[in-house]
Each structure stands twice: as structure tokens, then as C-alpha cells.
Design a protein around this ligand. Structure first.
Ligand code: NAP
Ligand code: GDD
Length: 327
């Protein structure tokens, strides 16, 4: 019989890639989805018939207990979160309830239903915030700069605490930014590549961004979900930084993205303080040496290929939508 894995956040970018990976590995994949007025299964539509989708919400303790009791997963990947940093200033309490306390609700459900479950927590490089060390590694002290970052620090430490208190197999992946064509349109990479495609197709003239100097360690999302799975296959639970070890400014992303289709970014990018943050994370660059040596993990896609690949994907999406409208 195949192993069962539960993914929270399966409708998100990472959830969809992880579901594909686990299906390929022969898992029975259960995805927890929350009720929405309009179905939002775009990222998993192509594999939906191979998944078991069950209702649940990180805000609802009993829904988590019920999902675990009914589906008896061997592995649980907690990818659900209010994950957009900017929104965390507008909805700090909701962000805390979902992204921080939601982790405790799920860990406690595991402790009650089946403490042998292996648990993965989606921790974040946002926890490093105002960085105390360059590059950032597992031991670098946290200094979060947003309600989201603060919530992720809580989620990280409650995972460590349940590991130490109850001997749960609870692992935490400190993942740096990872992207791809399934990235939400509000995140800067996809906002840029979608904008480039629309500008190239004559649908708009410019995009409006915030801080162009912020630097991120951007990787390829499918590489990063492989690291999640590897963490749960180890002999003992641990924490791992997952990153490329390179950092690039938002402006560099613009230069490559616009240049890829023969446009000059300076003619099509405007700035507006509305997209600046009350407190910024200026620089992220990770040291994934531990993951490389213990998990055998390494990134496979270069920054240039990541950017150009996202532009190509958005060019195809915009072209298809435009053709459908004009046909
Ligand atoms: P995403 O695309 O925003 O997906 C978030 C998922 O969480 C969605 O499926 C969403 O469901 C679900 N969700 C939100 N609130 C929920 C709730 N109350 N109960 C149950 N599900 C809920 O995020 P992602 O980029 O895939 O990231 C996955 C995880 O990794 C997140 O925890 C994120 O914070 C973390 N992370 C991401 C990165 C990155 O660069 N992508 C880096 C480090 C850490 P709906 O579809 O219904 O909204
Ligand atoms: N979203 C956005 N929109 N960001 C902009 C814009 C804009 O118009 N202009 C500049 N930026 C800058 C932000 O200020 C930030 O410094 C950087 O671009 C990246 O922003 P996002 O793409 O929104 O991602 P993030 O780094 O804040 O958060 C993502 O990565 C984290 C890991 O470090 C999210 O995926 C988080 O969930 C994740 O934990």
C-alpha cells in the first residue's frame, strides 16, 4: 500500500509542485482545502483526479483533527499560510492566527491523533529580516521585519518545541524565495514577468513597483519542494536552510526580464511609495551547505534561466488569453 501524505496549502504555488512530486513518488496525496466562494484549483487542475481533496482550515482546530483521523497520513507538509508579506501589515492578527498559531493547531492535532506522523514546517528566510550575518545559515539569529516574519519565527520555534517536548519528527525548512510560473501575481517576480508579457503584447505600457534595491536569493520552486520531501526521509528531524547562495536586486530582475523580450526596463517601470513596506528586508542570501552535505540537495536552475523561463511562460499565457479574447 502506498504511503499517505497530507499537504496543507495544496492550492498554492508550493503545494501544487509538492503534490506532483509526491504523486510521482507513488504517494497517496491528500490535500486540505478551505472553502472559498469560487473554486481556486487552477494550479492543481491537471492532477486533481489523482488527489484526495478534503475540507479544513488552519483556523479550525477540529477540522485538523478530523482530517488526520480520517486519512491517517504518514507525513504532513504544512505549507498553508497567509504568505504575502505586504498584507501582513494590513491583517497582522489574521496573519498571526494562520501563519503562527495555525502551526500549533496542526502540531497539537498530530500529537493527539498520531505522534508518529512526520511533520514539515514551511519556515522562511523572512525570519532573518534585518540580517545579523551574511550569508544566513541555520544558526543565524532571527530579526523579523514584518508581522509575517514574526509569525514565521513563532511557527519555527513551536515546531522545534514540539520536537523537543514530545519527540515528534518535526522538521523545519528555512526556505529562501523560490519562484516559477505558478507564483502568485502579487509577488514581485511574477508581477514583473506578467507585466513584461502584457507590455510586449501591447496590453499596457508600464508596471508600478516599490523598492528596486531590495536583494533576494531567488530559486526555482520545484527544486525547493524536493528539499521538503528529503527532510522527512532523514533518520532524525532537523532544520535546513534552502537557498541558491546568490543574491540579486529587484532591478536586476527587471533588467533581465524586459531585456529577454527586447525591451528597456527603464522605459516601462515606474515607482510608487504605495508598494514600499513600513520596514524592509534589504538583503537575503542563504548558505545551504548543510542541505548540500546532509540531504544531497542542490539548486538546478540559474537566476538568468529562472527569469527568462518565467517571462516565456507569461508570454504564452498572455498570448493564449489574448487570442481567446480576439478570436
Ligand atoms: P501561496 O501560494 O500563497 O499558498 C498559500 C496556501 O495556503 C494556499 O493554498 C492557501 O489557500 C493556503 N491557506 C491560506 N490560509 C489558509 C488557512 N487559514 N487554512 C488553510 N489553508 C490556508 O504560498 P507558497 O508560495 O506556495 O508558499 C508555501 C509556504 O511556504 C507558505 O507557508 C509560505 O509562507 C512559505 N514560504 C514560501 C516561500 C516562497 O518563496 N514561496 C519562501 C519561504 C517560505 P487558498 O488557495 O485558499 O488561498
Ligand atoms: N510584492 C512586491 N510588489 N514586492 C515589491 C514590489 C512590488 O511592486 N516592488 C518592490 N518589491 C520588493 C519588496 O519590497 C521586497 O523587498 C521584494 O521585492 C520581494 O517581495 P515579494 O516578491 O513580495 O516577496 P517577499 O520576499 O516579501 O516574500 C516572499 O519570500 C519569503 C521568503 O523570503 C514570500 O513568498 C514569503 O511568503 C516568503 O516567506
Amino acid at each position: 500500500m502506498s504511503r499517505t501524505a497530507l499537504i496543507t496549502g495544496i492550492t498554492g504555488q508550493d503545494g501544487s509542485h509538492l503534490a506532483e512530486l509526491l504523486l510521482d513518488l507513488g504517494y497517496h496525496v491528500v490535500g486540505m482545502v478551505r472553502r472559498t466562494s469560487t473554486v481556486n484549483f487552477e494550479r492543481i487542475a491537471h492532477i486533481q483526479e489523482r488527489l484526495t481533496l478534503v475540507p479544513g482550515d488552519l483556523l479550525d482546530q477540529y477540522s485538523l483533527v478530523r482530517v488526520l483521523q480520517e486519512h491517517r497520513p504518514a507525513e504532513v507538509y504544512n505549507l498553508a499560510a497567509q504568505s504575502f508579506v505586504k498584507t501582513s501589515w494590513d491583517q497582522p492578527v489574521l496573519t498571526g492566527e494562520v501563519t503562527a498559531l495555525g502551526v500549533t493547531r496542526l502540531l497539537d492535532a498530530i500529537r493527539i491523533v498520531d505522534p508518529s506522523i512526520r511533520f514539515y514546517q514551511a519556515s522562511s528566510s523572512e525570519m532573518f529580516g534585518k540580517v545579523q550575518e551574511v550569508p544566513q545559515r541555520e544558526e543565524t539569529p532571527f530579526y523579523p521585519r514584518s508581522p509575517y516574519g514574526v509569525a514565521k519565527v513563532y511557527g519555527h520555534w513551536i515546531t522545534v518545541n514540539y520536537r523537543e517536548s514530545y519527540d515528534l519528527f518535526a522538521a523545519s525548512g528555512i526556505l529562501f524565495n523560490h519562484e516559477g510560473p505558478r507564483r502568485g501575481l502579487e509577488f514581485v517576480t511574477r508581477k514583473i514577468t506578467n507585466g513584461v508579457a502584457r507590455i510586449k503584447h501591447g496590453l499596457q505600457d508600464h508596471i508600478v513597483l516599490g523598492n528596486l534595491d531590495a536583494r533576494r536569493d531567488w530559486g526555482w520552486a520545484p527544486d525547493y519542494v524536493r528539499a521538503m520531501w528529503l527532510m522527512l526521509q532523514q533518520d532524525a528531524p532537523d532544520d535546513f536552510v534552502i537557498a541558491t547562495g546568490e543574491t540579486h536586486a529587484v532591478q536586476e530582475f527587471c533588467e533581465i526580464a524586459f531585456g529577454h523580450v527586447g525591451l528597456d526596463w527603464r522605459q516601462h517601470v515606474r515607482q510608487d511609495p504605495a508598494f514600499m513596506r513600513p520596514a524592509e528586508v534589504e538583503l537575503l542570501i542563504g548558505d545551504a551547505s548543510k542541505a548540500k552535505s546532509k540531504l544531497g540537495w542542490a539548486p538546478t536552475v540559474s537566476f538568468h534561466d529562472l527569469v527568462s523561463g518565467m517571462v516565456d511562460a507569461d508570454m504564452a499565457v498572455v498570448k493564449a488569453a489574448n487570442t481567446a479574447v480576439t478570436a
